[in-house]
Design a protein around this ligand. Structure first.
Ligand SMILES: *[C@@H]1O[C@H](CO)[C@@H](O)[C@H](O)[C@H]1NC(C)=O
Ligand SMILES: *[C@@H]1O[C@H](CO)[C@@H](O)[C@H](O)[C@H]1NC(C)=O
Ligand SMILES: *[C@@H]1O[C@H](CO)[C@@H](O)[C@H](O)[C@H]1NC(C)=O
Ligand SMILES: *[C@@H]1O[C@H](CO)[C@@H](O)[C@H](O)[C@H]1NC(C)=O
Ligand SMILES: *[C@@H]1O[C@H](CO)[C@@H](O)[C@H](O)[C@H]1NC(C)=O
Ligand SMILES: *[C@@H]1O[C@H](CO)[C@@H](O)[C@H](O)[C@H]1NC(C)=O
Length: 484
């Protein structure tokens, strides 16, 4: 039987108790020190996880949400460094950054400028298994959102796996129009996710998600869509953030491996996730690379963590850093670490001797803060999607997106030598058009002074479409197999 939601959240609370206890002891000692050393947002972010235990500590400022995917606080120098604002061509991103704190806001709609992603080019590269041009699958990823009165396909009453911060219905989001859209590719119809059909497709198979909390958001959407038919068994074990779900009747399982940087990384301060991370850009993150070999499908992604203070190593040698305070160390942009991380992650997959699966790259999606940065009251209050010509991806996002596609092509070439497939699950353009899909202030109660969340996506919500994509992509893979 399905578990009660209350029981689930109780369990979640119980699992947090050791952390809470440790932290409460630490905090009495360190309170004044911490306040003087860290900026208030970082400090309150640390409290985020234990808000229920310490309500009185939350009054003076907003808390940073659990995952450190928000930009650092308003510091234009840092932002320029990260985004390359001094570089020609990045001028727009830097200006907008200056205008809105370090908000990675979506650009102001400008009806005259068309969206910039052209999927017509090179889609044979990513969608064509044989290398010939005979296959004529439609490009799923250029299109438009169209009304769909039948959505949503689940609610928080039918799916017990919605994480609180994305449970927008629970937190009384007043508008529901954002639920009632579907993605319409230009050249075809994208079938809506069908849980019975999907479970048949993946019978005897396994899917591994690798990435950050947006990857987890995607996985939870999948579990919710499937919950109309079956609720999985949670077989998660360790005290890491990885999760494992089993659908016994179908011999199907889903895992998420938490790997926001994709490569081996470590905190420079084990107790403070807001301090810089060391990234070993040429080293595999064995937390996942040693565990995914048997999976049939990998869905890999990475995003906003790359804007955070990070220190780069290659060949175990310090080679540079981003938004750091180290003297005599080369300042590198996030495009450097982002490129290396994907290259290394794909190299890891291609090096798995017994891996026979298909890897989907789920491309980066923009946040939609408007009117300020996340810690300066920025918000996403729109209730409708943009039309395709109403939003343009910011330059720095285009850059990250292009890095992903470049690295995918390199991986495809390498993988083709031994029959490994790498495919595109392009969420970038569809989600650019969904400023209305984020939790905003409906990921917490009004008295919990948390930042508005314009990074993750409400469940149910437009992120469910990623599983329409996933279903269609898996369908295509299985069809190819049966042709051979
Ligand atoms: C940063 O914040 C300060 C104080 O909140 C404000 O005066 C300044 O204009 C902000 N800078 C930017 C670039 O938003
Ligand atoms: C498409 O792929 C081909 C072959 O890999 C490459 O030469 C070409 O530059 C690519 N085109 C674009 C627009 O990236
Ligand atoms: C689901 O949402 C409703 C409001 O639509 C709310 O009253 C209820 O508490 C929520 N339940 C869960 C389990 O989140
Ligand atoms: C899921 O399936 C994969 C591939 O068969 C396997 O390696 C993994 O251990 C399974 N995970 C769970 C939790 O059953
Ligand atoms: C890596 O470092 C070792 C010694 O630290 C050195 O001998 C080796 O040449 C380096 N390799 C590369 C590829 O730079
Ligand atoms: C990153 O950006 C800098 C400056 O625009 C550029 O010189 C460099 O080639 C870029 N690197 C990558 C990996 O894209």
């Amino acid at each position: 039987m399905k578990r009660q939601a209350g029981e689930l959240s109780l369990q979640l609370k119980l699992r947090r108790i050791p952390k809470v206890a440790t932290f409460l002891i630490a905090i009495t000692v360190l309170l004044s020190l911490v306040i003087s050393v860290y900026s208030p947002p970082s400090f309150w972010y640390k409290l985020g996880e234990i808000s229920e235990a310490t309500p009185s500590l939350e009054e003076s400022t907003i808390r940073r949400p659990k995952d450190p995917e928000w930009p650092e606080s308003n510091d234009t120098t840092k932002s320029k460094e990260i985004l390359g604002g001094d570089e020609p061509g990045s001028h727009k991103a830097a200006q907008e950054t200056a205008a809105a704190g370090s908000t990675r806001s979506s650009s102001i709609p400008s009806p005259s400028s068309p969206a910039q992603i052209d999927h017509s080019y090179n889609r044979t590269n990513s969608q064509n298994p044989t290398g010939t041009t005979q296959e004529n699958y439609c490009d799923l990823f250029s299109g438009e959102w169209v009304p769909n009165p039948e959505a949503p396909y689940y609610t928080n009453a039918t799916c017990y796996r919605i994480q609180d911060h994305q449970n927008c219905l629970k937190y009384a989001r007043p508008d529901t129009g954002f639920l009632k859209w579907r993605w319409k590719p230009d050249g075809c119809v994208l079938p809506i996710f069908d849980p019975n059909h999907f479970l048949e497709l993946v019978r005897g198979k396994s899917i591994a998600f690798i990435g950050d909390s947006v990857a987890r958001n995607h996985m939870q959407s999948l579990i919710c869509l499937l919950s109309r038919v079956l609720d999985p068994l949670d077989v998660s074990t360790g005290n890491d953030e990885n999760q494992h779900w089993v659908y016994k009747d179908y011999n199907f399982n889903i895992s998420i491996f938490s790997a926001p940087y994709l490569v081996r990384s470590e905190k420079t301060d084990p107790n403070d996730v807001t301090r810089p991370f060391n990234l070993y850009l040429d080293e595999f993150d064995e937390d996942w690379t040693t565990k995914v070999e048997g999976y049939d499908y990998i869905v890999i992604s990475a995003g906003q963590w790359f804007f955070r203070p990070t220190i780069f190593y290659e060949n175990r040698t310090l080679i540079g850093c981003l938004a750091c305070q180290l003297d005599n160390v080369a300042r590198l942009r996030m495009n450097f670490s982002y490129e290396r991380a994907f290259r290394t992650a794909f190299r890891a997959i291609n090096s798995l001797a017994n891996f026979k699966g298909v890897t989907f790259l789920r491309t980066i999606t923009p946040s939609h803060f408007e009117g300020g940065s996340w810690d300066k009251g920025g918000d996403c209050v729109r209730t409708m999607p943009y039309k395709r010509n109403e939003a343009v991806l910011e330059d720095y996002m285009v850059e990250m997106y292009e890095i992903q596609r470049r690295e995918l092509r390199i991986a495809q070439e390498e993988g083709s030598k031994r029959g490994l497939k790498f495919r595109l699950l392009d969420a970038t353009q569809p989600m650019l058009l969904r400023p209305d899909g984020h939790p905003s202030k409906y990921g917490h109660w009004p008295n919990e002074k948390m930042a508005n969340d314009c990074v993750h996506w409400c469940l149910p919500g437009p992120i469910d479409t990623w599983n329409d994509f996933l279903q269609e992509l898996i369908e295509r893979e299985e069809a190819r197999k049966s042709l051979v």
